[in-house]
Design a protein. Structure first.
Length: 140
């Protein structure tokens, strides 16, 4: 399946909010240890802020841009890359989706980006990128 990278469109936001909230709730210590009624309201506000101030790239199927494989939300400040959240649908994992999104964001091997959301998936990813720097406060 051939994927292309495009900018986020307003129609993508329901998928982004839903997948970000659900996956971060179930795959992070923060999400697991926070009461749902607190987590979903507070994290929704964080996501809203990051979507407004950052850039969100979408990896989609070349023949149908509405078939979304994954996305990456990030910022660049003073040549420093801040990765806030990456999500790839399970059926598209291990197909280079995240690699393509990172390349489109300007990431190069050896860069030392900050990342603000640590999930169980990040446990695996950080083994490949040990130079990445965790900073939850870069999301605020």
């Amino acid at each position: 399946m051939n994927f292309v990278i495009r900018a986020k469109e307003p129609d993508d936001e329901d998928l982004i909010y839903s997948s970000w909230l659900k996956s971060f709730k179930s795959e992070s210590i923060q999400g697991k240890r926070t009461y749902s009624h607190v987590f979903f309201g507070q994290q929704h506000d964080v996501i809203e802020n990051l979507l407004r101030r950052g850039t969100t790239l979408i990896a989609c199927w070349e023949k149908d841009p509405m078939v979304i494989a994954g996305y990456l939300n990030y910022e660049k400040k003073d040549d420093q890359l801040y990765l806030h959240y990456a999500f790839t649908k399970h059926k598209f994992r291990r197909m280079g989706v995240l690699r393509a999104l990172l390349a489109a964001a300007g990431f190069k091997r050896g860069d030392r980006p900050y990342f603000s959301h640590w999930t169980e998936s990040m446990d695996d990813l950080i083994r490949h990128y040990p130079e990445w720097i965790y900073n939850a406060y870069s999301a605020t």
